[in-house]
Design a binder for this molecule. Structure first.
Ligand code: NDP
Length: 235
């Protein structure tokens, strides 16, 4: 049977591009996100399924992964691309926004990894890719909480990689720079792209190809792969 990939945040942006690429590689896809609006066409074209779930909620995550395993079988790949941003100076950031950001970007990925691991133990060559960010590595003014969530994800990824290596499950972090998605739609590309050595934002498909590399490689684990057009060189 073909490999089963669970893509959290697969309804839009980077996760959607990953879902398409994995479907092209013959995987079955389970797309996880809170709403299905934009994903209808995606899921239909992927011969996959869609499960509505808020990854920041432990009980929903547990139920979702139990359903996926029962109906689709063991999970080979998990991609954690669900994320939100709440940019602004720290002094102006509301505590409730800090909580929801950390619960989605950091706790959410921890919960999905935890829920998927038991099933992944039964798959040969299972792998997880968490989507971090270049600002989690370098920091950025106006993104203290977002950066902290992504830096936390880096530590989590490296630790989990050590924890599950003996079971031949690999765990890596992909850190994108500025990518054309809904998340960056309101940014002024003109103002920012001067700071990117390659002189442009990336496309979700360019990130997806790097995710695929990490999933399909066999000897890379606990690693951070930066896909940012050289942005971090200038940060
Ligand atoms: P988008 O806003 O385009 O997509 C985000 C996805 O996450 C959607 O599918 C959304 O679906 C889902 N999602 C958000 N919150 C939850 C939740 N609580 N539970 C389940 N699903 C959720 O973002 P991108 O594709 O740009 O971002 C993907 C990842 O890449 C994020 O982690 C982001 O932080 C990271 N990243 C993005 C960069 C960029 O420039 N775009 C740069 C660096 C990192 P729904 O709303 O229906 O739940």
């Amino acid at each position: 049977m073909s490999r089963l990939a669970v893509v959290c945040g697969g309804s839009r942006g980077i996760g959607k591009a990953v879902s398409h690429l994995l479907a092209e590689r013959g995987c079955r896809i389970a797309v996880v996100s809170r709403s299905e609006g934009i994903a209808q066409a995606t899921v239909a074209s992927l011969h996959g399924g869609m499960v509505l779930c808020d990854i920041s909620k432990e009980q929903e995550v547990q139920k979702t992964f139990e359903t996926i395993q029962k109906t689709c079988g063991n999970i080979s790949y998990l991609v954690n691309a669900a994320g939100i941003n709440r940019d602004g100076l720290l002094v102006r950031t509301k505590p409730e926004d800090m909580v929801s950001l950390l619960h989605t970007n950091l706790l959410g990925s921890m919960l999905t990894c935890r829920a998927a691991l038991r099933s992944m133990l039964h798959s040969q060559g299972a792998a997880i890719v968490n989507i971090g960010s270049v600002v989690g590595l370098k920091g950025n003014s106006g993104q203290c909480v977002y950066s902290a969530s992504k830096a936390g994800l880096e530590g989590f990824t490296r630790s989990l990689a050590k924890e599950v290596a003996s079971r031949n499950i690999r765990v890596n972090l992909l850190a994108p720079g500025f990518i054309h998605t809904d998340m960056t739609a309101e940014m002024s590309e003109e103002a920012v792209k001067r700071s990117i050595p390659l002189g442009r934002f990336g496309e979700p498909e360019e990130v997806a190809r790097a995710v695929l590399f990490l999933l399909e490689s066999s000897y890379v684990t606990g690693e951070v792969l930066v896909v940012d057009g050289g942005l971090q060189l200038a940060m």
